[in-house]
Write a protein that binds this ligand. Structure first.
Ligand SMILES: Cc1cc2nc3c(=O)[nH]c(=O)nc-3n(C[C@H](O)[C@H](O)[C@H](O)COP(=O)(O)O)c2cc1C
Length: 167
């Protein structure tokens, strides 16, 4: 598990090789086994493999999501404001789910990139429009998924200066 955590990197280049649907189901299972405040499980997942939609997302929603056009899949993770009215909790709960997906992806030899949408009104409204999401959905992020076409070193960012102990 520690190895998988360290190996997880943001992968923005993908092979032209389709990701198997079973692997997408595994990512979704990992996401939905994440903890949520009051066990509300308010996340909702939009799974996109339509090439035109992926391209439109990359070009129309955010200047920082260009890798989405080359991804085999992308998953937009939203929170349902009818279930959890607090956007802060939605962000925290969705973040835990997203991280579970990213770690699961490492085990499945997939490459992913988490791209933030929340807290940017323009991206949130463009995402809702493009995917025709219900008004009560708050999109937190889009995760691009594909077989990696780049190799990155594992992370090693431990910095004791950032830690305070209260023994
Ligand atoms: C909340 C959040 C939003 C992010 N948004 C983007 C994004 O819009 N585009 C992008 O290319 N990477 C995005 N990233 C990925 C970060 O740039 C990346 O995690 C960071 O540079 C560290 O690199 P690593 O993931 O390889 O360890 C985001 C990450 C997080 C957690």
């Amino acid at each position: 598990m520690i190895d998988i955590i360290n190996k997880r990197r943001s992968i923005r280049k993908y092979l032209n090789q389709p990701v198997e649907e079973e692997k997408i189901i595994s990512l979704l299972k990992a996401a939905m086994n994440a903890p949520t405040a009051k066990n509300r499980q308010e996340w909702r997942f939009a799974v996109i493999s339509d090439k035109e939609l992926l391209t439109r997302f990359a070009t129309e929603v955010s200047p920082y999501t260009s890798m989405v056009k080359d991804a085999s899949y992308a998953i937009v993770v939203s929170g349902d404001l009818h279930v959890t009215p607090s956007k802060e909790y939605i962000c925290v709960d969705c973040a835990a789910a997203i991280e579970n997906m990213l770690l699961c992806a490492v085990e499945l030899e997939l490459g992913c990139c988490w791209c933030g949408l929340a807290d940017n009104e323009d991206r949130v409204s463009k995402t809702k429009q493009l995917l025709n999401l219900p008004d009560n959905f708050y999109p937190v992020a889009i995760v691009a998924i594909g077989y990696p076409d780049e190799v990155k070193e594992p992370n090693n960012r431990y910095d004791p200066e950032k830690v305070t102990y209260y023994h």
